[in-house]
Design a protein around this ligand. Structure first.
Ligand code: NAD
Length: 348
């Protein structure tokens, strides 16, 4: 494995490895950038075919966290960790306790949170060993489910896009088509419905789309036609790579603004959206509400502060959209430039 080649490719940073003899735990902590503060990001616990894949996953994801935290104005850098899930029997509590000791050795340079394969109970085990963990039980100062905050931020981002592109100061009567009404999608429907928006939804899980229909009067659209819905805003809130060669030419909305991570299948798809005159709210800028919320745990959780900070996603999206228009440059490039400016301002 060309380890330093990977580090160079992802613009690193530092990486810590730990093999715990007693439990067999194999863990990686990738700290992409800590110029703005201690790195914050989730811990993955999934199986990998090759250990190299786990390293690359951690590197890739941590870099994204630097960008998300910086743009959200958080005093945190980007980090991510992976505990390679054993393919045979293992003692989960012992593994996560060993991971907690690993974090303690890093002395607060990296603060962990939930990610794929980990949950509140794992964070509680880590908490028994170190304070460098978020996403713990609300009874212990945790911030709870991040989805309502993510949805609030997406609603604010949609408001900024609607003002910029349609000249409307309210979402009253604005038609939003949402792909995926799971955790975030559901709360987004709630937010938008409260503002008077008209909703169309599609979800592979019929029960979820029917719930949105029942509770918020949403129109249920067949899965394959949600992108072609004649609407004002398309909100991808399901999987990554939703914006690709097949979907972009069919989009009827003037705005794409949703919660899903990694919406652009490739960066060039951001250029395609721009060329079509579609205002795209960069995913890591608009979906930062959950991270903003979890970051508050580090200082002592206060939901009101989280809410206030999440509301500011409006300003971030507005700034990106305004610069994009002025410079005739795609929004995903503008968002990256804003991050580089913030990081550049603090120097090395
Ligand atoms: P979720 O799994 O609860 O919801 C996703 C929903 O999409 C599910 O209901 C699923 O059935 C549906 N879905 C999957 N494939 C679909 C398809 N092809 N067409 C229509 N629906 C489909 O996940 P979530 O927590 O709501 O997150 C949604 C997205 O937002 C993910 O990309 C996630 O990474 C991102 N995100 C979530 C948060 C958060 O706070 N949960 C924060 C930032 C980003």
């Amino acid at each position: 494995m060309d380890l330093f080649g990977h580090l160079k490719a992802y613009d690193y940073g530092e990486v810590h490895f730990k093999f715990d003899k007693a439990t067999g735990m194999k863990a990686i902590v990738a700290i992409h950038d800590s110029r703005l503060g201690p790195a914050l990001g989730g811990c993955r616990f999934i199986e990998y075919d090759k250990e190299e894949d786990a390293v690359v996953d951690a590197l890739r994801l941590a870099r994204g966290m630097t960008y998300k935290a910086a743009l959200a104005g958080l005093a945190h850098g980007g980090g991510k960790s992976v505990i390679i899930r054993p393919k045979t029997h293992f003692d989960r509590v012992a593994l996560f306790r060993a991971f907690g000791h690993f974090l303690e050795d890093l002395r607060g340079h990296y603060i962990t949170a939930e990610d794929s394969g980990t949950g509140l109970e794992d964070m509680e085990v880590i908490r028994s060993v170190t304070k460098n963990v978020t996403g713990v039980d609300p009874a212990h100062g945790g911030s709870g489910d991040p989805s309502p905050f993510t949805a609030l931020g997406v609603r604010r981002g949609i408001e900024a896009c609607v003002k910029m592109k349609l000249g409307k100061s309210s979402l009253e009567g604005v038609h939003v088509a949402i792909q995926g009404v799971g955790h975030v999608g559901y709360y987004l429907c709630k937010e938008l419905h409260a503002q008077g928006a008209k909703l169309s939804v599609a979800d592979v899980d019929k029960l979820k789309s029917e719930r949105a229909q029942r509770e918020f009067g949403a129109t249920v659209v067949p899965l394959e036609s949600i992108f072609q819905t004649a609407c004002d805003v398309l909100a991808p809130c399901a999987l990554g790579s939703a914006l690709n060669d097949a979907t972009i030419p069919t989009i009827k909305a003037k705005i794409v603004a949703g919660a899903a991570n990694n919406q652009l299948a490739e960066p060039r798809h951001g250029d395609d959206l721009h060329a079509r005159g579609i205002l795209y709210a960069p995913d890591y800028a608009i979906n930062a509400g959950g991270l903003v919320n979890v970051a508050q745990e580090v200082k002592g959780y206060d939901a009101a502060v989280s809410r206030e900070r999440t509301m500011k996603i409006y300003d971030t999206i507005w700034e990106i959209a305004e610069r994009s228009e002025k410079l005739n440059s795609p929004t995903y490039k503008i968002a990256d430039i804003l991050v580089e400016e913030k990081l550049g301002a603090v120097g090395r």
